[in-house]
Design a protein around this ligand. Structure first.
Ligand code: MG
Length: 262
């Protein structure tokens, strides 16, 4: 990339790229096109530590920053979320029901951190169970899976009832764990499914789902058909009667991810 870099660009900046290269197939730009816009700058966040949540990237929409659930409502009844907020996290208040964001979104990169109770109570699906529901419908399982056998498609990292995680990278009870989910929402035309949802999931830095094609919305002990819904939806967290904690929840929109003209 050095041969034609010496010329001046439009704003007096050193010119980068080339003007005499072939077009890239299915794009309007040439290879190394000097006129192609620069990628938008995003300042990355910081990593979390066991003691403290990290920070989101600069273009993230923060859903929970550790201080307030004012952006969330109770699914049961629609009033304010009843879960406990303290010490930088929100904790399931068993029996108050699921909570969901007022914010609605579709294609995204979602980050959620969670910790199951330090004190181990119960087994299988009764131990540290919660869930992260994209668009309020599609559950990515939260469960204490440290030496806790359960049915495979109910393991932490599972797309519940559809796909077990590729591996089980669970941390010990009480330790903070992280979900990074790349979510492509299903597309509908009227009542007809045009394209299913796809998910790639990283749990504790380990890929546990790669480009999985979902089968439909989450159900228990059955297989659900796709049901058309709006192109955006809330993030929902599950009250499964266990005091699971959450912190540092944010997403970045991936709108336009499949257009080459970015
Ligand atoms: Mg669950």
């Amino acid at each position: 990339m050095t041969q034609t870099q010496s010329a001046e660009g439009a704003q007096g900046q050193p010119k980068v790229g080339y003007d005499d290269t072939p077009p890239i197939p299915r794009q309007t730009w040439k290879v190394h096109d000097s006129a192609r816009p620069q990628p938008r700058v995003v300042t990355p966040g910081t990593e979390s530590s066991p003691e403290r949540a990290g920070t989101p990237p600069s273009d993230a929409v923060v859903l929970f920053d550790g201080t307030s659930l004012s952006g969330w409502t109770s699914v049961k009844g629609g009033g304010p979320a009843q879960w406990k907020v303290e010490n930088g996290y929100a904790e399931v208040a068993p029996g108050t029901g699921d909570i969901q964001t007022k914010e609605e979104f579709g294609d995204c990169q979602l980050h959620v951190e969670w910790a199951t109770p330090t004190e181990v109570v119960g087994h299988s699906q009764g131990r540290g169970n919660s869930g992260v529901f994209l668009m309020g419908r599609y559950e990515f399982q939260v469960l204490d899976c440290y030496q806790n056998p359960t049915y495979a498609d109910g393991t932490a990292g599972a797309i519940y009832g559809e796909y077990p995680p590729l591996v089980n990278p669970a941390r010990r009870p009480g330790e903070w764990q992280s979900y990074d989910i790349i979510w492509i929402a299903p597309r509908f035309e009227g009542d007809r499914l045009v394209s299913p949802a796809y998910a790639t999931v990283i749990l504790n830095g380990v890929v546990v789902q790669y480009h999985r094609e979902l089968i439909g919305p989450t159900t228990h002990r059955k297989v659900a058909d796709w049901v058309a819904h709006p192109p955006t939806g809330p993030l929902r967290l599950q009250d499964h009667k266990n005091p699971v904690r959450f912190r540092n929840i944010w997403y970045r929109s991936l709108k336009g991810w499949n257009t080459p003209e970015v």
